[in-house]
Design a protein around this ligand. Structure first.
Ligand code: NAG
Ligand code: NAG
Length: 240
């Protein structure tokens, strides 16, 4: 039994002894491979981040250079313009510099004269946008036959029971004294509510005009038109 038992432990010893040395390499081997893969992966990620950073730098550089070049070109074109044009004071500079391609007008209200015909007069003190037509005593005189969009906006205050806003045409083909209504708005208020309104009226539409036809804006009572700000009351025409 003892002799029989003796070889067993030795066998065990040998077995265990023999089993130990191969084990570490077995364990070490995958570990080394794993760390190599990890290292490679880390390297790749680092490389990717480096690439991103470089790309970001390039994009930033490109944008800042573009912005610089744009502002530079604007400055340069202004400089060129100033070189070509004779030096004129800013206030006398034609405004707008680019002429319209078609007849156009946009007028703002002047302080109103108390006219019986209710025709509004428009501000000519500061040169308005007026091209391809003439202004005379409240009238816009068409210079070229064609189709035009006509618009007018008026602010009313002190509205007393009713208001009327219209755009009328005068034509030498009919009778120059008789207005032809093109656009109109009317409002009525009950007597109990009188003198309490501020209200807006906007009119717009497309019409055909011959040369020398003229158009005006009329209201029933000129005293109802609020002139505190001229930009609130406008009259415009443009060829379409
Ligand atoms: C208001 O209406 C009265 C008559 O109802 C008239 O006498 C007066 O002139 C009107 N006022 C205005 C601002 O239109
Ligand atoms: C328009 O009026 C001008 C000046 O009043 C005149 O010379 C021109 O012949 C008129 N045009 C037409 C088409 O009537």
């Amino acid at each position: 039994m003892a002799t029989g038992a003796a070889p067993y432990p030795s066998v065990f010893m040998v077995d265990t002894h023999a089993a130990y040395p191969p084990l570490p390499p077995k364990l070490k081997h995958p570990g080394r491979r794993g760390s190599a893969v990890q290292y490679l992966l880390f390297l790749l990620i680092a490389l990717a981040f480096c690439g991103l950073a470089i790309e970001a730098c390039f994009i930033y550089h490109l944008y800042s250079r573009n912005a610089y070049e744009e502002s530079g070109s604007i400055a340069r074109s202004v400089q060129d313009e100033q070189d070509i044009l004779p030096p004129i004071p800013v206030t006398q500079r034609p405004n707008p510099v680019v002429l319209p391609s078609k007849p156009v007008a946009h007028l703002t209200a002047a302080p109103q004269k108390d006219r019986r015909d209710g025709v509004l007069v428009w501000n000519m003190d500061e040169p308005p946008l007026l091209y391809g037509m003439k202004y005379k005593d409240g009238k816009l005189v068409i210079g070229k036959e064609g189709y035009y969009y006509v618009y007018s906006k008026i602010v009313f205050s002190m509205v007393n029971s009713s208001l009327e806003h219209s755009v009328c045409k005068f034509t030498p083909r009919y009778s120059e004294q008789i207005p032809i209504t093109l656009l109109q708005s009317k409002k009525y208020y009950p007597k109990s509510d009188r003198m309490s309104y501020t209200t807006n009226s906007y009119l717009g539409g497309v019409f055909h005009f011959f040369e020398n036809d003229s158009i005006v804006v009329r209201v029933k009572h000129l005293t109802q038109v609020r002139i505190s700000e001229s930009t609130e009351n406008v009259f415009g025409v443009f060829m379409i």
